[in-house]
Design a protein around this ligand. Structure first.
Ligand SMILES: [Zn+2]
Length: 232
């Protein structure tokens, strides 16, 4: 079975031609958007998806992950005339900072967004604070349901710690993992060689990169070939 995920874009922060990394996950009858960077809102409008989204999961506050969130929220409130959108910011620090940012941008946040820490029992945050950038609260998300588990790492400088935990992995089968991958070493994104030990073990796909830069020894399958929603 193919994981129920479609990427709107899967590029790195500066791969504008590939779109910011963001994905739609269809889970237990609900449509979740993961992240809403600066290229995402225009794509959602073009694809006619603004009203389809029922919740947004935010991994962290860099522009390529939240740069058009307020545009999405304004559109749904003023044009679509929908109820406040469920927005999940999965750690207390991320939640507080996102609230402050939206308050600064939009005023009364509650008119536009229903900001929460999680969406039990289907969506659980996996905190990754400081593993992407030292000042930046961040988290991945785990979607759980009858069909299995889908793990989305968010931006992270190393393999997401739960993947290194055998008992966690045993409790979360079958598991599909979508993971940040980079082809240059840096403290902020996961170097592809560090994901190689997991390739045989779980179904894993890399995103947040330019596939044209992949070295010939890369063994991490990339979402660009299988999971893009539409040609960009
Ligand atoms: Zn980032």
């Amino acid at each position: 079975m193919k994981p129920p995920i479609a990427f709107i874009g899967a590029g790195g922060a500066h791969d504008v031609h590939l779109g910011n990394s963001a994905a739609l996950v269809e889970w237990e009858g609900k449509t979740f958007l993961i992240d809403c960077g600066f290229t995402v809102y225009p794509r959602l409008v073009q694809l006619g998806l603004i009203e389809k989204i029922q919740a947004v999961c935010i991994t962290h506050l860099h522009d390529d992950h939240i740069g058009s969130l307020s545009a999405l929220l304004y559109h749904r409130h003023f044009i679509s005339r929908l109820e406040p959108l469920l927005v999940i910011a999965g750690t207390p620090e991320l939640h507080a900072k996102l609230y402050t940012l939206l308050h600064f941008l939009m005023g009364e946040v509650e008119r536009f967004a229903d900001l929460r820490l999680s969406y039990p029992p289907y969506v659980e945050p996996i905190p990754t604070n400081r593993l992407h950038a030292p000042h930046m609260p961040s988290c991945g998300y785990l979607f759980s349901g009858k069909g299995g588990h889908l793990l989305y790492s968010g931006d992270i400088g190393e393999p997401i710690p739960v993947l290194k935990d055998p008992s966690w992995k045993a409790q979360h089968q079958p598991l599909w993992a979508f993971h940040d991958v980079a082809f240059r070493r840096s403290p902020t994104h996961c170097y592809y060689e560090e994901l190689h030990p997991f390739v045989e073990e779980v179904q894993i796909w890399g995103y947040h990169c330019d596939p044209a830069q992949a070295p010939s020894d890369n063994r991490v399958p990339l979402v660009h070939s299988e999971f893009l929603l539409a040609a960009l």
